[in-house]
Design a protein around this ligand. Structure first.
Ligand SMILES: Cc1cc2nc3c(=O)[nH]c(=O)nc-3n(C[C@H](O)[C@H](O)[C@H](O)COP(=O)(O)OP(=O)(O)OC[C@H]3O[C@@H](n4cnc5c(N)ncnc54)[C@H](O)[C@@H]3O)c2cc1C
Ligand code: FES
Length: 270
């Protein structure tokens, strides 16, 4: 999904910024090397982080800054201003941070530091050997990623019959359905992302959960290819839609159905 544009009319931070102005006013939106940067005072110390939210590029210059965190005004992702670390969904990755120095009353930025989306920052979460997450939508996928961010090294498996997940379903009924957003905006993660993070994907529907026995029962395996490669399967389960003269049109609740609605005949659009 498209994010906020870089505002290059804002102060060029490579020329430095008056510390007194930072102390006196709200966080400053500036730029460095063509990238938007948010300059903020945290406990009297200046901090510099990327000014575009790592979810959909929301404008962090309009964000709430509280308790060492920045909270995106669009969907409330939360990041730690000291390190850029993503603290709460729907932040997809940490924010980049810049080294900051104050000399002769001027704030200047040093090297930029970026962290891998799932970097665990040295933590090592304790827990069971294996976690199975049912549903790999935005929430399920975020849960799996958070386990890796917290340093969990056991097996993580996402089970979902939809081969296109993870994506944010709200997009399906808005710009994408209207044909004003390209399909490349839909996936939350690029192909192979989960595999690289050691998160297994199983494209199946769970039919029974036994929490006592810690068992997940799935429909008989039909859709997972050899070597962990994903193959497409038809979605199953309850389906809501509209009966028309041309048959049944499922409502756009998945990428597959939304894609079909984008190509619907003109008479159905009325
Ligand atoms: C078209 C549309 C528009 C929406 N617009 C908005 C909006 O504007 N604002 C808003 O706040 N919310 C909206 N919603 C609600 C939206 O679904 C949620 O906000 C959000 O996407 C929920 O994310 P989730 O990961 O919790 O659930 P989902 O994205 O629904 O993910 C749940 C996943 O679980 C999987 N699953 C279900 N049953 C099983 C099973 N038995 N076994 C294995 N996997 C299973 C599903 O395939 C699915 O991928 C919209 C929903 C739709 C469908
Ligand atoms: S764009 Fe920031 S939370 Fe969605």
């Amino acid at each position: 999904m498209a994010g906020a544009e870089t505002d290059l009319t804002s102060p060029d931070l490579s020329r430095g910024f008056d510390f007194a102005d930072l102390e006196a006013g709200p966080p400053v939106l500036g730029h460095q090397d063509g990238e938007p940067v948010l300059l903020v005072l945290v406990d009297g110390e200046p901090r510099a982080v990327g000014a575009s939210c790592t979810h959909y590029g929301g404008p962090l210059a309009e964000a709430l800054v509280v308790g060492g965190t920045v909270r995106c005004p669009w969907h409330h992702a939360c990041c730690w201003l000291h390190t850029g670390e993503a603290l709460a969904a729907p932040a997809l990755s940490p924010l980049p941070v810049w080294e900051v120095e104050v000399r002769d009353g001027r704030v200047t930025l040093g090297a930029k530091q970026e962290h891998a989306p799932l970097s665990s920052r040295g933590r090592r979460a304790e827990g069971p050997d294996r976690v199975v997450i049912v549903g790999a939508g935005a929430a399920g996928s975020a849960a799996a990623e958070w386990l890796r961010r917290e340093g969990f090294e056991g097996d993580v498996t996402l089970v979902d019959p939809d081969p296109d997940v993870p994506y944010d379903r709200p997009n399906l009924s808005k710009d994408y359905l209207a044909g004003t957003a390209p399909e490349k905006w839909i996936p939350l993660r690029p192909p192979g992302f989960h595999l690289e993070a050691g998160i297994a994907r199983v494209i199946e529907r769970v039919v029974k959960l036994d929490r006592g026995q810690r068992r997940v029962e799935r429909r008989p395996r039909r859709a997972v290819g050899p070597g962990g490669r994903e193959r497409r399967s038809a979605l199953r389960g309850p389906c809501f839609g509209t009966w028309t003269e041309a048959g049944f049109w499922p409502w756009p609740r998945s990428v597959q159905t939304s894609r079909a609605w984008r190509r619907r005949p003109r008479w159905l659009a009325k």
